[in-house]
Design a protein around this ligand. Structure first.
Ligand SMILES: CC(C)(COP(=O)(O)OP(=O)(O)OC[C@H]1O[C@@H](n2cnc3c(N)ncnc32)[C@H](O)[C@@H]1OP(=O)(O)O)[C@@H](O)C(=O)NCCC(=O)NCCS
Length: 152
């Protein structure tokens, strides 16, 4: 597996991976704006160095807390450890930036992601009832997951 830290010029790669993984995809412009923010950082990963990126993560560290903003692996590259690799890299970076915890929001119905985060040591810290609303679907609760971090 291969990974590296993201730069602003990677916004198209983020938008492409994200668009293949979520119904409500974020635009290239949104990723560019986020990556330009000093408190935001990201990583990209692939199973092969020459094959193009297959997984991406964007995170933020501010006010002593880290937040995973998005994490996705394209369907053909899943279950190979790419998301776990990026999550570990992000947690290391969040610790280096002095945060004492890291949190994120996930749909309670997203079993793959909930398992991924549980395996990485995240625990349920809160719930937002009916937070995710989309046309034609029942509202879905958001879980707020958090992991305490050791001091850097
Ligand atoms: C969730 C997602 C990011 C996982 O990416 P991935 O690269 O396949 O994850 P990994 O290979 O690192 O998997 C790590 C662990 O997560 C859990 N997991 C991942 N996919 C799973 C699945 N389909 N079924 C059950 N557990 C799963 C497992 O515990 C797995 O460890 P294991 O393979 O040793 O059992 C990916 O499925 C995805 O992009 N989904 C759509 C977007 C999304 O939901 N993102 C997260 C939003 S918060």
């Amino acid at each position: 597996m291969w990974m590296r830290a993201a730069a602003v010029a990677d916004a198209p790669a983020f938008a492409s991976i994200h668009g293949r993984c979520f119904e409500q995809n974020w635009s290239e412009r949104s990723f560019r704006t986020l990556l330009q923010d000093d408190v935001v950082f990201g990583f990209l990963a692939a199973t092969q160095p020459e094959g193009g990126f297959e997984s991406c993560l964007l995170a933020r560290a501010a006010g002593g807390e880290g937040e995973i903003l998005t994490l996705a692996t394209v369907p053909g590259a899943r279950r190979k450890g790419l998301a776990s690799l990026l999550l570990n890299a992000a947690i290391e970076q969040v610790i280096r930036r002095g945060a004492s915890g890291v949190f994120l929001e996930v749909r309670e119905s997203n079993r793959e992601a909930v398992r991924l985060y549980a395996k990485a040591g995240f625990r349920t810290a809160g719930r937002r009832a009916g937070y995710f609303v989309s046309a034609g679907n029942e509202p879905v609760d958001a879980l707020i997951l958090r992991r305490d971090l050791p001091a850097s």
